[in-house]
Design a protein around this ligand. Structure first.
Ligand SMILES: [Zn+2]
Length: 133
């Protein structure tokens, strides 16, 4: 992924964020970005690529069914899933940070960020296993 250092994105208190194929790193938090963070964001990069394919297929099916430009909203499926699961977890845990840490996409990334070989042996859509835990 192409690293982009800046002081706008992600918002303060966060160090890095992926919008595949770009990895945004805050300049004022760059000291905190290390290989663990890079593996964590690498997992999100893989998740986003997988869900981009699924979102594009859904968009094509919706477009073929006559949904017009609304079909395009299916393409950023990763971000829809991420946001909706965060809201569901927020209702469960009543704490924004706990909700964030328990999003299945984050659970996978946090659980494997110390594993040097994880991305080499990761199965596609591995995050689905982390929904119920
Ligand atoms: Zn993450």
């Amino acid at each position: 992924m192409k690293k982009i250092y800046n002081n706008i994105f992600p918002v303060k208190r966060f160090t890095s964020m992926v919008i595949w194929p770009f990895l945004f790193i805050r300049k004022d938090r760059a000291w905190a970005f290390n290989t663990i963070g890079e593996r964590h964001e690498g997992t999100h990069g893989r998740q986003q690529k997988e869900m981009l394919v699924v979102g594009a297929i859904i968009a094509a099916v919706l477009a073929a069914a006559g949904c017009g430009w609304w079909s395009l909203l299916a393409i950023p499926l990763f971000f829809w899933w991420y946001g909706i699961e965060w809201l569901v977890r927020l209702c469960i845990y009543r704490n924004m940070m706990t909700a964030y840490k328990n999003i299945s996409l984050e659970r996978e990334a946090y659980a494997n960020q110390y594993d040097l070989m994880y991305l080499d042996r990761r199965d596609a859509f591995a995050w689905i296993r982390y929904i119920k835990q």
